[in-house]
Write a new protein. Structure first.
Length: 136
């Protein structure tokens, strides 16, 4: 897959597993992305959650996206950074109004972006081939 095809795959298969680190040990959880485009992979969490604290301590992550029917796994690694864009947060909350209640209760929404990630596509047919990476 080239970069364009990878971004299409990510936007079609928005649920991934995100790996972070905490006290030298990996932590993995399912997480949905907002979008993937030329600006990076955008996702949301809450500052008070463990994942938010882990990202503040160590911005190195890896996403693992899957399409089980196609038997394709796509991993993207890199460093995330918080997105300090009030208009983007407001737009996000408009698109997901159920999250507004949490903000009103005092939870701090955080958007993160992974820019310049390295993507690796795995398929069963290429299972034992050397890894190749595509810059996003």
């Amino acid at each position: 897959m080239d970069k364009k095809e990878i971004l299409e795959f990510l936007n079609t298969n928005r649920t991934s597993h995100l790996a972070t680190m905490e006290d030298g040990a990996p932590r993995v959880r399912a997480i949905g992305i907002v979008k993937a485009d030329e600006d990076g992979i955008l996702f949301q969490t809450w500052r008070s959650k463990d994942v938010g604290k882990q990202l503040e301590q160590n911005p190195d992550v890896e996403f693992c996206f899957n399409n089980y029917e196609q038997r394709v796994q796509l991993r993207v690694r890199g460093k995330v950074e918080p997105v300090e864009d009030t208009a983007m947060k407001e737009k996000f909350l408009e698109q997901r109004p159920n999250f507004q209640k949490l903000v009103d209760e005092g939870q701090e929404l955080v958007l993160y972006s992974l820019k310049n990630g390295l993507a690796h596509v795995w398929t069963f047919q290429k299972n034992f081939e050397p890894k190749t990476f595509v810059s996003l």
